[in-house]
Design a protein around this ligand. Structure first.
Ligand code: UDP
Ligand code: MG
Length: 309
């Protein structure tokens, strides 16, 4: 008998935990048919509501429900990592608890694993029900990522993914602190089949990602999988050097040939402001990478566990 581990990160999800279980169990006959055993690992990401109690209730009714509970909110990336560490399955799938990753897709996903794929990933083809600004920035992010990163990060990709044990072990071997799992999936490689589906809106509760949280997360992704911003800083520097050189030549020629000393401090101040702005901006980019390196060097654990059942 093969074991399927289901990793479900939860943060303040008291309303959806039980619904997820019910929806997931609709696949029961499929599991029986495939001779597949399952375990559900709810990772409680330091919820402040009754999520832990709800999970405990499910565990009391079905011992195949497990829980890893964090000492505080460490973020979804850390929750997924904890799930990977605790999963014992031959196959592992990560999915959101809010049913935006429909469990009904599992049989189809599983069929591709049987065909010999190492991983089956999902992407949503629409973003209906999402604020337009959010969709716009999301698209821009993926377009930019495509240009500046060698690692493939697919537009609309969800974290809903079924993987073999081999791929999970590969992901676990990536121990970086600043985790951007969508990038890590691409980075480890393996044969991946993409499945598309229409966006499903969250059933209950509300999204945990504000616009700014997502924005910061996208910067995290860029810095984790590309050093293009650093190169951009150098290019900008070279550009300004060339410009300054040309200006010096023009001013010298103008003064010597036409005897017309350059006047006007307002223009001077403008240029000064512009250049110091660019300098600070570039220093900021370097600072960001430095801060990431600093966090990595500290070697802190990715999450702290408070309770396991
Ligand atoms: N989540 C988490 N930790 C967080 C934020 C979110 O574990 O700090 C979980 C959340 O419970 C859900 C999944 O990540 O299962 C996706 O979150 P959400 O539905 O709020 O994001 P959205 O679908 O709106 O992008
Ligand atoms: Mg959601």
């Amino acid at each position: 008998m093969k074991l399927l581990s289901v990793i479900v990160p939860c943060y303040n999800e008291e309303e959806t935990v039980a619904d997820f279980y019910a929806e997931f169990m609709k696949n029961r006959s499929f599991f029986a048919e495939k001779d597949l055993e399952y375990e559900i690992i709810y990772v409680d990401d330091g919820s402040k509501d009754r999520t832990v109690e709800e999970i405990r209730k499910l565990h009391d009714a079905d011992e195949r429900v497990h829980m890893v509970s964090f000492s505080r909110n460490f973020g979804k990336e850390a929750a997924m990592y904890a799930g990977f560490e605790h999963a014992k399955g031959d196959y592992v799938v990560t999915m959101d608890v809010d049913l935006q990753d429909p469990p009904s897709l599992l049989p189809e996903m599983f069929s591709y694993i049987e065909e010999g794929y190492d991983s089956v990933a999902t992407r949503r083809v629409s973003r209906k029900g999402e604020p337009p600004i959010r969709s716009f920035f999301a698209r821009m992010f993926y377009r930019l990522m495509k240009k500046i990163s060698k690692t493939e990060i697919v537009d609309g990709a969800r974290d809903y993914r079924l993987m073999t044990r081999q791929m999970v072990n590969a992901i676990l071997s990536v121990k970086e602190y600043n985790r951007f799992t969508k990038g890590i999936y691409g980075w480890v490689g393996f044969r991946t089949k993409w499945i598309e589906f229409e966006n499903v809106e969250r059933k209950k509760g509300e999204t945990k990602w504000s616009f700014w949280k997502l924005f910061a997360y996208s910067l995290e992704g860029i810095m984790a999988f590309s050093t293009a911003p650093l190169a951009f800083a150098s290019v900008l520097g070279i550009l300004f050097c060339v410009l300054a050189f040309l200006m010096i030549v023009i001013i010298i020629v103008k003064t010597l040939v036409f005897g017309d000393p350059t006047s006007g401090w307002p223009s001077m101040i403008c240029i000064l402001c512009l250049i110091s702005g660019v300098q600070l901006f570039c220093m900021g980019i370097i600072g960001q990478y430095l801060s990431k390196a600093y966090m990595e060097v500290k070697g802190r654990p990715i999450y702290i566990c408070r309770e396991e059942i």
